[in-house]
Design a binder for this molecule. Structure first.
Ligand code: SF4
Length: 311
């Protein structure tokens, strides 16, 4: 429950499943996760993004090994990387704790059930809706109640087209009665994502051959991706020319990266880094941008009839 809830933060269920299975087969219990080397944990997490989640997961595993398995909401909240929602979801489903789990889906359902037009990013509104969810919680089956509320929001009471005709709680729903369900919840418009252009360079030993690629290591001071391997960017290679292999976009929080992938023979002078064979790549922590760029380069190489990158 704990691992899946952490993986599901900001990531869709379908995307999480293969990572979840791989992670659990690599770290089948809390002890193995607690004593693992951090690069192994980051490698198992590679591709899921938001890597602070993996580091916190390991810190929490170490706390559990040291202090025992938590049994209260407060103890769960005290673990690294566990906020109020995750503590409530894990606590109610795994431990039967009577605490309502309130995520965006539940906020939407509550705003409609109560026909409340308050702006939902306001802390006072979220607090009031959380109290309402707690009031509604079935104390006999808190885990089932929380999952039902989340599922209702995810599948029936959806943001744009709530399926009120088939909704199991439509007779208690004030918004349905007032005909306001589509205008709720009220939410301020988000800032528009910042566009960022990024030119990454896939340096090879020989033109058109992708047997080894050059990577640089992110510095310990860079909190988000510290310890990860990354592709150099073109700005680090003055005068270097490559061929454009493709382009993709990648969103991180409020930044939307437009990534151009350039391939070519490495220049004589290189920034600090290391060469890796393509067989090495699955075994090292690589950022999601680097993985996507290498996939683009692999397709480009295949199109040129050169050996493609193994993933
Ligand atoms: S009746 Fe409609 S608006 Fe109300 S909870 Fe159900 S799906 Fe949502």
């Amino acid at each position: 429950m704990w691992i899946s809830e952490i993986m599901l933060q900001q990531t869709r269920v379908e995307a999480v499943i293969p990572y979840y299975e791989r992670f659990l087969s690599r770290f089948p219990d809390v002890e193995s996760l607690a004593r693992a080397e951090e690069p192994d944990v980051l490698t198992a997490w590679s591709g899921l993004g938001y890597y602070s989640r993996a580091r916190n997961l390991q810190r929490a595993a170490q706390e559990i090994v040291a202090n025992g398995v938590p049994s209260t909401h407060e103890q769960l909240r005290g673990l690294a990387g566990i906020g109020p929602y995750t503590a409530a979801a894990v606590g109610s489903i795994a431990l039967g704790l009577k605490v309502a789990a309130v995520d965006g889906n539940v906020i939407r359902v509550i705003s409609r059930l109560t026909n409340d037009p308050s702006e939902i990013t306001a802390p006072a509104t979220r607090r009031r809706f959380a109290e309402e969810a707690q009031r509604l919680l079935d104390p006999r089956r808190p885990g089932d109640f929380n999952q039902a509320m989340m599922e209702l929001g995810a599948t029936i009471c959806t943001p744009r087209s709530p399926a009120c005709a088939g909704c199991p709680v439509s007779r208690f729903c004030a918004a349905r009665e007032a005909g306001t369900e589509r205008s709720l919840p009220v939410k301020l418009k988000k800032d528009v994502a910042r566009e960022v252009a990024l030119n990454v360079a896939i340096l090879t030993e020989r033109t058109g051959k992708l047997k080894r690629v050059f990577l640089i290591r992110r510095k310990a001071a860079e909190r988000r991706l510290a310890g990860f391997w990354e592709l150099p960017v073109k700005d680090m290679l003055p005068g270097w020319r490559g061929r454009e292999a493709g382009h993709f976009t990648h969103q991180i929080v409020n930044d939307r990266f437009g990534v151009s992938v350039w391939c070519g023979k490495a220049p004589m002078v290189l920034p600090e880094g290391e060469w890796f064979t393509t067989e090495d790549l699955p075994g090292i922590p690589l950022s999601t941008v680097a993985r996507k760029a290498l996939a683009v380069a692999g397709r480009f190489a295949a199109a040129l009839n050169t050996p493609s990158l193994k993933r």
